[in-house]
Design a protein around this ligand. Structure first.
Ligand SMILES: Cc1cc2nc3c(=O)[nH]c(=O)nc-3n(C[C@H](O)[C@H](O)[C@H](O)COP(=O)(O)OP(=O)(O)OC[C@H]3O[C@@H](n4cnc5c(N)ncnc54)[C@H](O)[C@@H]3O)c2cc1C
Length: 90
C-alpha cells in the first residue's frame, strides 16, 4: 500500500491549493473528492470576483489576505497565461 503524508478531503479551490503547495514541497498528497470531477461545488459557482478586501474591516485577517491573494492571483494568471479583465467595482 502506498504511504502518503497528507490526505485532503475535498477537491475545491482550497483543497487543490493546499494539495499543490504541499506536493510542490515534496509531500505525498492524496485528494479525495465525492464528485466525479474536481471543482464541481462552490468553487465553480462563484461570481469570479478577485476580491480587493474592501468588504472587510481594515487590518483584519480577511482584509490582509484579500490584498495578498489579489496580488498573487494576478501574478499567477500572468505567469500561466490565464486571461482576465480588471474591470474595477461597479
Ligand atoms: C454565491 C457565491 C459567490 C461567491 N463569489 C466569490 C467570488 O466572486 N470571489 C471569490 O473569491 N470567492 C467567492 N465565493 C467564495 C468562494 O467560492 C469559496 O470560498 C470557495 O470556492 C470555497 O472553496 P472550497 O474549496 O473551500 O469549497 P468547495 O469548492 O465547496 O470544495 C469543497 C469540496 O469538498 C467536497 N466534499 C465535501 N464533503 C466531502 C466528503 N465528505 N468527501 C469527499 N469530498 C467532499 C465537495 O464535493 C467539494 O468539491 C463565493 C461563494 C458563493 C457561495
Amino acid at each position: 500500500m502506498e504511504k502518503i503524508d497528507t490526505l485532503i478531503i475535498g477537491a475545491g479551490a482550497v483543497g487543490l491549493a493546499v494539495a499543490g503547495a504541499l506536493s510542490s514541497n515534496g509531500h505525498i498528497v492524496f485528494v479525495i473528492e465525492k464528485n466525479k470531477m474536481f471543482g464541481m461545488e462552490t468553487s465553480s459557482r462563484n461570481s469570479e470576483v478577485i476580491h480587493s478586501g474592501l468588504y472587510y474591516p481594515t487590518g483584519s485577517l480577511k482584509h490582509i489576505l484579500c490584498i495578498k491573494g489579489n496580488t498573487e492571483l494576478y501574478m499567477l494568471a500572468k505567469k500561466t497565461g490565464i486571461n482576465f479583465r480588471q474591470t474595477g467595482n461597479l
